[in-house]
Ligand binder design. Structure first.
Ligand code: AMP
Ligand code: ZN
Length: 115
């Protein structure tokens, strides 16, 4: 828990969010400004600022996050149609919240390249 971190405050319940999935390592909740009909954020409960701060001890955690993304996609009904998982890293990558998170986007056709 980092006291000035928005997503740590969502994990602790100090800031409300619509939680879609939770286990001992991660939570997933609705993005407040959705960019697709389904837009969830999947985050580790451990405070990690960016993807650049990952260490080998986090390898299993990241695999777990992708499996959680697949479970949410199946449960939400857009797994077979297809979906996108995105991590924005640092400013030029579009990151604005400094707690590692993976966007799970579904419910529409995605375009490529992203903006
Ligand atoms: P990024 O640009 O990758 O750092 O993504 C940060 C995401 O957090 C954006 O998609 C925001 O809409 C989302 N966001 C910011 N504040 C909240 C909040 N209080 N609850 C849910 N999502 C949020
Ligand atoms: Zn945090």
């Amino acid at each position: 828990m980092t006291s000035d971190c928005l997503f740590c405050k969502i994990i602790s319940g100090d800031i409300p969010a619509t939680i879609r999935y939770e286990d001992d390592r991660v939570i997933a909740f609705d993005d407040i400004d959705p960019k697709a009909p389904c837009h969830f954020l999947i985050i580790p409960k451990k405070h990690i600022a960016t993807a650049l701060d990952l260490t080998p001890e986090d390898n299993e955690l990241i695999g777990h996050i992708y499996q959680v993304a697949g479970k949410i996609a199946r449960d939400s009904g857009f797994a077979d149609a297809g979906y996108r998982v995105v991590n924005n890293c640092n400013k030029a990558g579009g990151q604005v919240v400094w707690h590692l998170h993976f966007h799970l986007l579904g419910g529409r056709n995605m375009t490529w390249p992203p903006g």
